[in-house]
Design a protein around this ligand. Structure first.
Ligand code: BGC
Length: 724
């Protein structure tokens, strides 16, 4: 069961959730699992202004269905939201009209409904027995994004009529779609002869989409191509014979002006991409690629089906949303929806990257390279704010320039700049990739260090970082957020070490970066004198300066319905000055630097902060689970994991996309938490400390650690590390 996700009761209210949860992808494109046919009451072209409110507090639009086809790297310019991912024309359309009656999941009668996603190979299937006035027809849909032919989506539809009759198969590509209520298509050119649609976006990128419909049947009575508004239709009339199954295969091909092999002519490009492999051949190669991915990344859980399903669901989405390009990363919704506009956050380095570093290092490198490729944007951010160096964006997209339109986060959530360097160090250390560290990484380090030299403020002997928001977004304007200051100190220390390494190994690279002795002295001074509100005597870390002065509030009295976020029950003004947290902040620090703090400190802090944390962000529970594991409070560690397992599964939270940071967190909670794997920043040697909770019998997985592969196994009697 744990490989196959199943939904067998159609409820139109949760349809949008399944579209997100069963999303597919192949490293080139991603698609939501919307139905092939039109759905009544679910228009796809609504236009509205999506405001830059915090998406967790915002009201959902398109409540029944939202088509979504995204090619990371294809982006538009939204007047308010900035650079955003574009929802492309929907080419997967197949309407069925039987004796004049259209299949519509919201109004038709059907029995035996079932839809499934196979996590093993990303195959999406739907089956139903459609009961029409005139007939019963068994319909089975299969769809996959080919891992073997990256620019191709394949659909197969099998129809088995229970009577003779006439059916019209209306295959369509609809360009009348919006992204977050906005139209990014500057030009739409529909080519009837070639069954293709060509789009020019408002950023002048080009996309070509071609569909091939293949119906092997001698009873085709008619075929007609038409264009109605922005929809290209291909209608085939077929005579069905009782019990005689017919199979329809539809292939959709994409070509874009950002493909590396782009030849300057999008039509030609599209033609070049069309292949002749059979369905079976392509599917076989596709399955093989998925098998290789799982072979490196699977986590096998025994004794707990919920955990097994959730971790495989998480790994599936991490694998399918990881891109083959290094000019994009993985957005906060894993390209399974438009919330967060296709933007990249600190989620990438802190929540997602460890999974890739330890199981798919070549994808980890792409994510790091994305940050190198957007260094120019980070430099222009720093300049915009009046600083030297580079400031990574709170919300980053294609150029790396700040895309967050809410100033509180854009201006103050500066820890992301240090988190990016933390991710870089983590990757380089595990892969021993010194070449990359010095050739590219050092420039990122020096430029961000230049930013910190100016963003810190020296008062007396001590350095402060004033006016910041830490990971906890319910305290917006604080001074000396310990998480931020600690991260900054760590990355500046690493910068000094990398400079020393470069002096010995590649002095030419260093001299090109023009770092002066004065600058190096200043970095060292910050490292030695930055304020850290870590009280070793009292074993306590204050989240930020004056945290204790914030108002104590009665959280339970305000939070009347805990199924909704706390943030909806309090004004932002009051929230920002009260002792209530959105998410792990000090607790995140305790996990990321767990070797630096003893158990007493960890226990004091988590006992204090957890009761005042609302966990309004999906990034919160999982770090609590990790800290509880670390201090041997297995029961609590499991409870916190349990709250994360269902976010995109049982709680049906995937309507607007996948909470991909939580997915990366679930992987960490098992691998780093329950199996207690020390990461390569904590130790050069691979070590595990068995922390398995009673609810799980055993865990096993493969790990890539310091350039070698290992098999890890833990159960309640033994812990094994086997070099491979
Ligand atoms: C969280 C951030 C996170 C963002 C994107 C917000 O709700 O508070 O920490 O980076 O979502 O996932």
């Amino acid at each position: 069961m744990s490989w196959i996700l199943t939904n067998d009761i159609y409820d139109k209210k949760s349809n949008k959730h399944y579209e997100g949860a069963y999303s597919q992808g192949n490293g080139y494109l991603n698609i939501r699992a919307s139905f092939d046919e039109d759905l009544s009451e679910a228009s796809q072209n609504d236009t509205f202004w999506r405001l830059p409110a915090n998406v967790t507090l915002e009201k959902q639009r398109h409540t029944l269905s939202k088509w979504g086809i995204y090619i990371p790297g294809i982006y538009g310019n939204h007047p308010i939201l900035g650079e955003e991912i574009i929802n492309l024309p929907y080419p997967l359309g197949i309407n069925l009209f039987y004796e004049g009656e259209r299949l519509d999941m919201n109004t038709s009668s059907f029995t035996e409904f079932n839809r499934q996603l196979n996590l093993k190979n990303g195959l999406l299937q739907r089956e139903l027995n459609w009961v029409t006035e005139a007939n019963n027809i068994k319909v089975k849909y299969t769809r996959y994004c080919s891992m073997a032919t990256k620019n191709m989506i394949v659909q197969k539809i099998e129809l088995t009529p229970q009577n003779n009759g006439e059916i019209i198969i209306n295959s369509f590509t609809d360009s009348d779609v919006t992204t977050n209520g906005y139209n990014h298509f500057k030009e739409i050119d529909i080519d009837k002869e070639c069954q293709s649609v060509f789009i020019t976006t408002d950023t002048d990128q080009q996309i070509g989409i071609h569909t091939d419909l293949n119906i092997v049947n001698e009873n085709v009575k008619d075929n007609k191509i038409s264009i109605i508004k922005n929809r290209l239709n291909n209608d085939t009339v077929l005579q069905l014979t009782v019990y005689k199954k017919i199979v329809i295969e539809k292939r959709t091909y994409f070509a874009t002006s950002i493909d590396i092999d782009y030849c300057g002519d999008i039509k030609k490009q599209l033609e070049n991409k069309i292949i002749a492999y059979s369905y079976e051949e392509d599917l076989q190669s596709h399955n093989k690629i998925w098998e290789e991915k799982w072979n490196q990344s699977d986590v096998v859980v025994t004794g707990n089906e919920d955990v097994q399903t959730a971790v495989r669901f998480s790994i599936y989405h991490l694998l399918r949303s990881a891109n083959d390009k290094d000019t994009v990363a993985i957005d906060a919704k894993a390209y399974a929806g438009e919330a967060y506009f296709g933007h990249y956050f600190w989620d990438t380095e802190v929540y997602l990257l460890p999974f890739f570093i330890y199981t798919q290092p070549e994808y980890a490198k792409k994510l790091i390279k994305y940050r190198y490729n957007t260094l120019k944007g980070a430099k222009s951010n720093a300049e915009h704010y009046g600083y030297r160096g580079a400031k990574y964006s709170w919300e980053s997209c294609i150029t790396g320039r700040e895309q967050c339109s809410s100033w509180q986060y854009a201006d103050f959530e500066v820890h992301v700049t240090a988190d990016v360097i933390f991710g870089l160090i983590h990757y380089c250390k595990n892969t021993n990739d010194e070449e990359f560290l010095i050739n590219e990484g050092l420039e990122m380090m020096i430029e961000t260090a230049r930013y910190w030299m100016e963003r810190t403020y020296k008062k007396g002997d001590r350095y402060h970082i004033q006016g910041v928001m830490g990971p906890d977004e319910y305290l917006a304007f604080t001074n000396d957020n310990t998480f931020t200051n600690y991260m900054v100190r760590y990355t500046l220390q690493a910068t000094l070490e990398t400079v020393s390494l470069a002096k010995v190994k590649k002095s030419d690279v260093l001299s090109n970066l023009n770092i002066t002795e004065d600058e190096l002295n200043k970095i060292e001074d910050i490292v030695n004198n930055i304020v850290l509100l870590v009280d070793k005597d009292d074993s306590f870390i204050e989240q930020c300066g004056n945290f204790m002065e914030f108002e104590d509030i009665d959280i339970d009295k305000i939070w009347l319905d805990k199924k909704r976020p706390f943030g909806q029950f309090i004004s932002q003004e009051r929230n920002y000055r009260s002792k209530v947290l959105k998410q792990a902040d000090v607790v995140a620090l305790l996990y990321l630097f767990r070797k630096d703090f003893d158990n007493k400190m960890k226990k004091n802090c988590i006992d204090y902060y957890e009761p005042i944390t609302t966990h309004d962000s999906s990034l919160s529970y999982i770090f609590h689970s990790l800290v509880y594991s670390d201090i041997d409070e297995q029961e609590k560690a499991y409870n916190m994991l349990e709250k994360s397992l269902g976010i995109d599964l049982t709680e049906k939270g995937a309507a607007e996309g996948i909470h991909i940071a939580n997915c990366g967190g679930i992987w960490q909670a098992l691998v780093m938490g329950f199996a207690g794997l020390t990461n390569c920043l904590e130790s050069d040697e691979l070590k595990i400390t068995n922390k398995l909770p009673d609810e799980i019998d055993s865990l096993s997985y493969k790990i890539y650690f310091k350039d070698s592969w290992y098999d890890i196994y833990v159960d309640h009697n033994e812990s094994r590390v086997t070099p491979l």
